[in-house]
Design a binder for this molecule. Structure first.
Ligand code: HEM
Length: 139
């Protein structure tokens, strides 16, 4: 999962490269994560999953940023710091059902829209992230 190279059409570049690679990919992922949590924090549609998180989202922001940087094909910041993500296990304390999954997807898709992501890139990224979000479901 961590080293995956995504295909966007016939393009075999990683998401990280498509987002700007070393030049701008890190900033793009930082922006996406900031926007994602800002939406989760304020949009009533995400209230259910917002309540699962701590009041202070600083640590969550940092961890998702580190994770997604590696997951998209950039530097493995999360793994270097915390080791194997074991994401499903780390999410077991939270009751994640279809509604929680869909709220998470709603936030990330809204963030991509607000950041004017290219339509094909957005669809492709959303499809891959949906797979991860659905895998987190534990009820
Ligand atoms: C499916 C719905 C999801 C819900 C409801 C959810 C909820 C949560 C919650 C409540 C935390 C703890 C944050 C805190 O400490 O305040 C967390 C941590 C985290 N989530 Fe999710 N999450 C979901 C999906 C995902 C997905 C799809 C990804 C990755 C693409 C992800 C990546 C992470 C990471 C990297 C952490 C930090 C883990 C750690 O080191 O403690 N989550 N999530």
């Amino acid at each position: 999962m961590l080293d995956r190279v995504e295909e966007v059409g016939s393009d075999k570049r990683t998401f990280f490269e498509l987002l700007g690679g070393e030049a701008g990919g890190i900033d793009k992922i930082r922006q996406l994560v900031e926007m994602f949590y800002d939406i989760m924090d304020t949009d009533p549609k995400a209230e259910g999953i917002r309540k699962m998180h701590q009041a202070d989202l600083t640590a969550a922001r940092e961890k998702l940023f580190m994770f997604l940087t590696g997951w998209t094909g950039g530097p493995q910041l999360y793994v270097e710091r915390y080791g194997h993500p074991m994401l499903r296990k780390r999410h077991l304390p939270f009751p994640i059902d279809e509604s929680a999954r869909d709220q998470w997807m709603y936030c990330i898709i809204k963030a991509m829209h607000q950041l004017d992501y290219d339509e094909d890139l957005m669809k492709s990224l959303a499809t891959q992230l949906y797979g991860v979000a659905d895998f987190m479901r534990n009820q």
